[in-house]
Design a protein around this ligand. Structure first.
Ligand code: SF4
Ligand code: SF4
Length: 76
């Protein structure tokens, strides 16, 4: 599990958390179509170029930088 998480760190600097309500706003903002619909939520793929454009459009704060996620995990 940890190895999987670490491999995600090296390829996807941003992630969409389960807080996502599936509005699709971020997908419309991404210039390289790196955000895909997956069930009722969305996911950032390896196509992400780290532009950060999607971070500001999520109304529920569901898009976060991996660094924040690592900090959260270290507190567990
Ligand atoms: S950071 Fe930029 S390239 Fe990556 S998913 Fe968000 S909008 Fe797309
Ligand atoms: S903008 Fe936020 S709530 Fe809307 S689809 Fe993207 S991650 Fe989910």
């Amino acid at each position: 599990m940890l190895e999987f998480f670490q491999s995600e760190i090296s390829f996807m600097p941003f992630i969409i958390t389960p807080e996502c309500v599936g509005c699709g706003a971020c997908q419309a903002t991404c210039p390289v179509d790196a955000i895909v619909e997956e069930g009722e939520i969305f996911r950032i793929t390896g196509e992400c170029i780290e532009c950060g454009a999607c971070l500001g459009v999520c109304a529920v704060g569901a898009i976060i930088a991996i660094e924040e996620k690592v900090e959260d995990a270290s507190g567990l």
